[in-house]
Design a protein around this ligand. Structure first.
Ligand code: FHN
Length: 430
């Protein structure tokens, strides 16, 4: 079982034990899928023939689209190729243990059947199915945990919703009136958060976003609902000073681990929502090394897919999910249930660690095999029972302790930049 750095120091009081119990599956999971899907998949980064700079789910704001014009997208939004089973099976093949999908993004459009607002996929589009219900069912069937993203303050469709600097400048749509935040919270955010928590089989995660101009009153109103779900995991974006259960470094990997649970959210190209001409894709190898780097620091990776308006994952996303999946089939043991490396810095790669019955396993992810053929693990002076290649346990390595380090001698012939994971089984703790 992975444990966060914070538990090593703290006395395990009752609250900490309960928190650890709640977080256990999440810490062991290490890897999830983020899905940004909404009306913005239709324009896909382009408006009236013009390419709109920035992340495509922001197109309504960035292109200053009046509410009435943006609403028209719902009349033709009909993702007939949507197949929740396919999405979940792809996430599972990639080695992802949970999915977080946008239930309502800043544009205010609900991707679920909401009684609180008719501005939703069932009531406002020709697609008269509830895609999030189908996703919840498919996740249950395949043992994948499910979370909903909810933009609790930003809502560009409602008078009380916030947007960038809404406390300083008027909405880009002159017809949009202003209302107090609590009007929006009471009339839409609160009832919709209750709907998503009550109607989708029990969510595992609630992923808040952009708490700009949130107030303590608004945050407490929503938190009171969350408190009725003691096993629900929430992030640190409900209301800035509040930590939630995990922090959320975005589009970057922290240089070291953080002092409590954390999850990097990352796009595969540069946009969260589908952007048809954004072909700035990270390679599969880069994403695998990113996952390893994050796990070696004790964090999770939430890797994003932006489906098309037809309801399909973009082909480049599928390619990367399959490449990562092949790697995870072979090396997932070195990611799942591991905790951060006990070593400060390793010149040749990364290390993850896992407590087992017999002792501690170290998983050495070798990105650059040293030229002299000797892989040095600094300061390791515990008893070692075996050193072998994770991908082929029959391929063992000679090792010896020299000057307080463990030196592993290996024919570099086996070296493969992302598939060389060397397991050091020790007989005791580290
Ligand atoms: O504004 C959003 C953005 O559209 C996207 O949803 C990301 C994902 O973490 N969160 C906000 C930017 O931080």
């Amino acid at each position: 079982m992975a444990c966060s750095p914070r538990n090593k120091e703290l006395q395990k009081d009752e609250a900490t034990l309960k928190h650890d119990q709640k977080m256990e599956w999440w810490r062991d999971a290490r890897f999830g899928m983020f899905i940004h899907w909404g009306l913005y998949a239709e324009p896909a980064g382009e408006w009236k023939g013009e390419r709109i700079p920035g992340i495509s789910e922001w197109i309504m704001c960035n292109a200053k689209i009046p509410v009435k014009d943006y609403e028209k997208l719902a009349e033709t939004f009909n993702p007939v190729k949507y197949n929740a089973e396919e999405w979940v099976k792809l996430a599972k093949y990639a080695g992802m243990k949970y999915i977080v999908i946008t239930s309502k993004h800043h544009d205010g459009f609900a991707m679920f059947h909401s009684k609180a607002s008719k501005y939703n996929i069932v009531d406002a589009t020709p697609f008269d199915r509830d895609p999030l219900k189908e996703l919840a069912d498919a996740c249950k069937k395949h043992g994948i945990r499910l979370g909903f993203y909810y933009s609790q303050a930003q809502d560009w469709h409602e008078p009380g919703g916030t947007y960038r600097n809404s406390d300083k400048q008027p909405h880009w749509d002159p017809e949009m009136t202003k209302a107090p935040l609590m009007d929006y919270i009471d009339s839409k955010a609160l009832p919709q958060v209750k709907e998503i928590l009550e109607n989708y089989g029990g969510l595992d995660i609630l992923w808040w976003d952009t708490p700009w101009e949130m107030t303590e009153e608004a945050a407490q109103t929503l938190q009171n609902v969350v408190n009725d779900y003691p096993d629900l995991i929430t992030n640190n974006r409900l209301y800035r000073p509040w930590p939630g259960d995990f922090s959320t470094p975005e589009q970057h990997v922290p240089p070291t681990g953080l002092d409590y649970d954390w999850e990097v959210c990352m796009t595969m190209n540069t946009s969260w929502g589908y952007k048809w001409y954004d072909d700035n894709w990270k390679s599969g190898e880069e994403l695998i090394k990113m996952l390893v780097d994050i796990a070696s620091k004790g964090g999770n990776l939430l890797l994003n897919v932006g489906p098309t308006a037809e309801g399909e994952f973009p082909e480049p996303s599928i390619e990367r999910l399959k490449e990562i999946g092949s790697w995870m089939q072979q090396n997932g043991e070195s990611i799942y249930g591991t905790s951060a490396s006990p070593f400060f810095k390793l010149p040749w790669g990364r290390c993850t660690m896992k407590e087992t019955k017999g002792g501690t396993n170290l998983y050495l992810h070798v990105f650059d095999w040293p030229k002299d053929g000797i892989l040095t693990v600094p300061g390791l002076d515990t008893r070692v029972s075996n050193v072998y290649l994770l991908a082929n346990p029959k391929q063992s390595f000679a090792w010896k302790f020299e000057d307080g380090n463990l030196n592993i001698h290996a024919p570099s012939v086996i070296f493969d930049e992302i598939n060389t994971v060397v397991v050091v089984k020790t007989k005791g703790g580290i």
